[in-house]
Ligand binder design. Structure first.
Ligand code: ADP
Length: 265
């Protein structure tokens, strides 16, 4: 489990794409949880980091996986030299401190894990800690944020309709070409012309989606390729290593992707 427990430091760079910032602020002000859906590497996590910084809230990020238990989120008893002591999990800490708990790829978590979220996400805003018998009332500053890729299976099926209707849902996608080029240029420190070329390449690969690819070139992959090129790796090699190979194991598909690369460079 990846867990970041910090008060955000430097302002993360985030290029606003639509009215997501305003929606998020309103959800937070009204004590509503937020749900961000969108493909891998399109900026969901960066957005949450940016908002945590903007609202000056501690951020607890949990990368969900199928082994994640409710205990991992809520906390556990540990045994030390002086006996047994209780350690809060990231969800409990966020509730106690009044911060954001961000569950990334929440669909990956088991359903019994997400059950602890129900009373927190609905009107009660409560966290029940079974092991200690404690019930915590979430302070106004607390916000639950979950994200998932709608291309995969759907968490919302496992939630009570009354709970899931409380989420303010935002759909993210890869940004428009000019915005994405700005992101790639800024994040990788490359010039606008090269960023524009990479984004055009990325969009061409995205149009191949229905061919053999399970996933398409994300903004993240374009940034990786850009960083390699900036570091002096030849463009073709950078695109092979950062775009074609990560997207497919099938040699023919990799070759087809490299044909698209060759058209753009
Ligand atoms: P995910 O949607 O998988 O959570 P991330 O938020 O980790 O994706 O985005 C991947 C990378 O793409 C980020 O680290 C950041 O460099 C970049 N990125 C994507 N969208 C934006 C954006 N709107 N503004 C700034 N950076 C972005």
């Amino acid at each position: 489990m990846q867990q970041t427990d910090h008060l955000p430091t430097g302002q993360p760079f985030y290029q606003q794409v639509a009215n997501e910032e305003e929606l998020f602020v309103q959800a937070w002000k009204h004590g509503l949880p937020a749900l961000i859906k969108g493909p891998t590497g399109c900026g969901k996590t960066r957005f949450v980091q940016y908002m945590a910084h903007k609202l000056n809230l501690p951020l607890y990020t949990v990368a969900c996986h199928d082994d994640l238990s409710a205990t991992d989120l809520v906390g556990r008893h540990l045994i030390g030299a002086e006996g047994t002591w209780w350690q809060d999990g990231p969800l409990t800490r966020a509730v106690r401190e009044g911060g954001i708990c961000y569950l990334d790829e929440v669909v990956e978590a088991r359903q019994d894990t997400t059950v602890v979220l129900h009373p927190l996400a609905d009107d009660r805003r409560e966290l029940f800690i079974e092991r200690t018998g404690e019930t915590l009332q979430a302070p106004d500053n607390f916000m639950l944020v979950v994200s998932y890729n709608p291309g995969y299976q759907n968490l919302l099926k496992g939630m009570k309709p009354s709970t899931r209707q409380r989420f303010v849902a935002m759909r993210f996608d890869y940004p428009q070409p000019e915005q994405e080029a700005r992101i790639v240029a800024t994040e990788a420190g490359i010039d606008d012309r090269l960023a524009g070329q990479l984004v055009r390449l990325g969009n061409a690969i995205r149009r191949l989606e229905n061919h053999d690819l399970e996933e398409v070139a994300s903004t993240r992959l374009l940034i990786f390729a850009a960083r390699m090129i900036k570091a002096g790796v030849p463009v073709r090699q950078a695109c092979l290593a950062c775009l074609a190979e990560p997207l497919s194991d099938d040699l023919q598909t990799v070759r087809a992707l490299m044909d698209v690369v060759d058209v753009h460079f």
